[in-house]
Design a protein around this ligand. Sequence first.
Ligand SMILES: CC(C)(COP(=O)(O)OP(=O)(O)OC[C@H]1O[C@@H](n2cnc3c(N)ncnc32)[C@H](O)[C@@H]1OP(=O)(O)O)[C@@H](O)C(=O)NCCC(=O)NCCS
Length: 160
Amino acid sequence: MKPELASAADLTKIRSLLRTCELPEIDLDLGHMGDFLVLRAGGSLVGCVGLERAGDAGLLRSLAVAHERRSAGLGDVLMRAIEARAVAAGVHRLFLLTTTAPNFFASRGYRPCSRVDAPDAIRALTEFTSICPASAACMSRSLDRSISRQEQFHRPSTST
Ligand SMILES: CC(C)(COP(=O)(O)OP(=O)(O)OC[C@H]1O[C@@H](n2cnc3c(N)ncnc32)[C@H](O)[C@@H]1OP(=O)(O)O)[C@@H](O)C(=O)NCCC(=O)NCCS
């Protein structure tokens, strides 16, 4: 199972998965789909992750795996794939906010940071300004170009 770029038709399913996983989805719209990756299995969408870019910084958001598919490495696959996409887009540092999985990210190279460490353009995103609680942990990780060589998502072929 490999991450694919999300399509416009995935928006509703992504929002539904995020609700099931108790993650914010209210601000998501079609404009986000260009930087969202999804995992599909048996016709269902079983995982997703998103990137919001702000110059050479990025926000990793909405990492979710369906309950019945957890602990099979899919969260890790999605995280590495969005990191690779970020590097390919010229992002040098990723930030994230989480209330539910700081230890998951800590064991994968992310370190706690202060919200004020994030660039203004990241702090202006809705995750920071309104939809994540102030109690959410802010974490960050520097990316290096070796990550892009591990790029793990593919573009689905388009049929007309
Ligand atoms: C976090 C999440 C994406 C992990 O997905 P996954 O497919 O189970 O992850 P993986 O299989 O790659 O990794 C599983 C490992 O991470 C650990 N893990 C999973 N969720 C964790 C959490 N919330 N905190 C700490 N560790 C966690 C598991 O214990 C497991 O550890 P092990 O490999 O030592 O057994 C999934 O649990 C999820 O969707 N959670 C709800 C949404 C969320 O909290 N997202 C993150 C904030 S954006």
